[in-house]
Ligand binder design. Sequence first.
Ligand SMILES: [Fe+2]
Length: 404
Amino acid sequence: MIHYHRLGHVPPKHHVTHYVDGKLMMEQCMTRVGFDSTYSILYFKVPPTDEFSVRAMELPGFCPIQPLDRQLLHRRHIKTQDLKVEGDFLTARRTLLMNADVRVGVCKPNRPAQHWFSNGEGDECWFAYSGGGTVESVYGLLPFRQHDYVIVPKGTPYRLHPDGNVGTFLVFESDTYIDVPRQFRNESGQIAMHAPYCHRDFRIPTEMLRYDAARHGAGPFPLVVKHANQLSVHEFKHFPWELVGWDGLVYPVAFNIHDYQPRTATIHLPPTTHITFAGRGFIICSFVPRKVDYYEKDGVKAIPCPYGHASVDCDEILYYVAGNFTSRKGIESESISLHPMGVPHGPHPGTYEKSVGHDRTAELAVMCDTFKPLLLTSVASSIEDKDYHYTWVKRENEAMETSK
Ligand SMILES: [Fe+2]
């Protein structure tokens, strides 16, 4: 997804014998878009097809989920800080918003990873609100730290181990892929010099995964697979995720939001200028501390706080991480706002005027724009601030009363 990489031992050509300790390794081609796009070639000690049992599983709130039957059109504020869950990186996941292209949820594990999981529906992008840790996968061990994005490719068996077994994560589940936006690549696939990051900013698995009885147990080894909005558990007699090597362009990566190089300009740039990753039908953007709009001429100044806008083809969600978000009041860290297409949105009264003359913002937030409407799930509805839509009016009245 980022650049070609090789880890461990691979033979000199594709599809040729590869003996290790006298045993022929099983090659697996992990391909995307049929056989036409990026791929990796993996060499397994035990064939990844040796499952002996398949059974159904359900994790309500993650799979299956319950979208609201009727969703009135208005601005939303989902207080994920109020969500109380128990479980590991899989069972503590809750989906909050969904459409056909992407699902957005949070995960707040408070237990050691007890499952292996593979999302057969699409790539996942984890954002570590708090907590670092390690992703353990067939591609090896990938350490991550607070405020990292971690992209796990579709079909990757993995476990996520937060340090101390606790953490808070925002999780995007694509229906297809999540990648560097096409406009940030040159014709050879290299990340272009005008992109807001470079190849050096992306971290990849550092060492191959080795089976350890103390860590991985004695078996059988179950793998939870998500596909077609269902979970199934596939059991293997022998530890199936130890490889001797792999190479290619498909593997998990980590990227820290603080390595994002924000655009700044004399006059306000549209929010999508902060695009970081793209999937089919949605984009993920990073708002990081930065200098803001600095136009000033003949007493006329730039307004750094975003203008009101009717982005008529997009739903927009923001996940607030840290700092003062300049355009909103009543929003706290871990809040998610949803501003849907169909109605305009903009800064809360007072914030627009107050921003004039500011030269920096300390905000840290993750934005997602989608081209299809997002539906709330019943979990999101249970932690929603139901008055949010009208806070613009209320605050305007408050401001008027104060000015009297
Ligand atoms: Fe907006």
